[in-house]
Design a protein around this ligand. Structure first.
Ligand SMILES: [Zn+2]
Ligand SMILES: [Zn+2]
Length: 379
């Protein structure tokens, strides 16, 4: 256990941190690494580490022993000090949330209302749906309180009884003699799985769980202007709470499909249009598709490839506030690849009239040709 990190270090608090500071640090870190929220590979390991540090440091007795002796190999008699050792004394990740939201800190009353879990739903929408918004219906599988037994888990007409082993506390105390004296560890009661109640006759609908899986249809309004990765929170649309606890929230994560022609950067739209070199040289008026309509764009004579033109207000509506972004049009001059003999003749004539090098016809590119000449000279 030598490679174990210091518990104070894990929680990022000082050795003299108060109980409240420890609790606060723990809540922040536990939320950050909660495996329902954090999908990084090592999130669960970190979460367990944080939980273990908190379990020890939040208990005055254990903290005092830890301050004195540091980490002690659990095989030598401090078994379960971490509280996360997997023998059923920690009833799944969902349970931790009621500490955050139910707010009775540390030792949980097994019969207290429990807030439902948050849910996450990933929704892929079309490019233009993100621009203009969308109203849609989604089906979410989620657990809800069982209607038949009103969430108690007991057959209608019967009631869950207080567990005779733990007398309703949901916890069993296990006393161990260790080199440091008598240690009392608490773990979930094995008779009632930590609920404090025993159901003699189970509800036929939920089989004693007090909750059932349901497919719930929910209307979702995607606001105009959302971008890829946006998250929409639907308060109270997560999993149902237990024993009268509030439901969790539903988070919808938006994924936006790419568009063949338009590209988006924040509220601005980018696109690329081809020009013939005749249009670019002589100037022209061309039609450009925007998100809503076609608009005319004047191309001045002598336009270079790669030039951007801005169509003001033709971008994406701003999600917050008023107004819209712009559309930026990049023109690319396309060199013809299939020329008739007559066209070739005309171009040869053009080249003959036009002079020896393109640089002389083109102020814009002078510097580029100058640089190239230098490179030829080995500079
Ligand atoms: Zn019990
Ligand atoms: Zn039921």
């Amino acid at each position: 256990m030598a490679d174990k990190r210091d518990y104070y270090e894990v929680l990022g608090v000082g050795k003299s941190a108060s109980g409240d500071e420890i609790k606060k640090a723990y809540r922040q870190l536990a939320r950050k690494y909660h495996p329902d929220v954090n999908k990084e590979a090592d999130a669960e390991t970190k979460f367990k580490e944080v939980k273990e540090a908190y379990d020890v440091l939040s208990d005055d007795g254990q903290r005092a022993r830890y301050d004195q002796f540091g980490h002690v190999d659990p095989n030598q008699g401090m078994g379960g000090a971490g509280g996360f050792s997997g023998n059923g004394d920690f009833g799944g990740f969902g349970d931790i949330f009621d500490m955050f939201f139910g707010g009775n800190g540390g030792r949980r009353d097994p019969n207290a209302p429990q807030r439902g879990n948050d849910l996450q739903y990933s929704m892929t929408i079309e490019f233009k749906e993100a621009v203009f918004g969308k109203e849609t219906e989604i089906t979410i599988p989620r657990t809800e309180s069982c209607d038949t037994c009103a969430g108690s888990g007991a057959k209608p007409g019967t009631k869950p009884e207080t567990c005779s082993v733990c007398r309703g506390s949901g916890q069993q105390e296990v006393v161990q003699n260790t080199p440091f004296g008598r240690m009392v560890n608490r773990r979930a009661c094995s008779n009632c799985s930590g609920t404090g109640k025993v159901i003699k006759e189970k509800c036929g609908t939920c089989h004693g769980a007090g909750k059932v899986k349901k497919q719930r249809k929910i209307n979702v309004r995607i606001p105009a202007g959302v971008d890829d990765g946006a998250q929409i929170r639907l308060s109270g649309e997560g999993e149902g709470g237990l024993r009268g606890g509030p439901p969790g929230d539903l988070y919808i994560v938006i994924r936006v499909k790419a568009h063949d022609f338009f590209e988006r950067e924040n509220d601005d739209i980018y696109c690329e249009v081809p020009l013939t070199f005749v249009q670019a040289a002589l100037g022209d008026e061309i039609e450009i598709p925007t998100l809503t309509e076609k608009v005319k764009l004047k191309i001045p004579a002598g336009t270079q490839t790669g030039t951007y033109f801005r169509l003001k207000g033709k971008g994406v509506p701003k999600l917050r506030g008023y107004g819209q972004g712009d559309q930026h049009v990049k023109v690319t001059i396309v060199t013809p690849t299939k020329l008739s003999d007559e066209q070739k003749d005309l171009l040869r004539q053009f080249g003959g009239i036009g002079g020896e090098s393109p640089a002389e016809n083109n102020e814009h590119h002078e510097s580029i040709f100058e640089k190239m000449k230098k490179a030829f000279r080995g500079e």
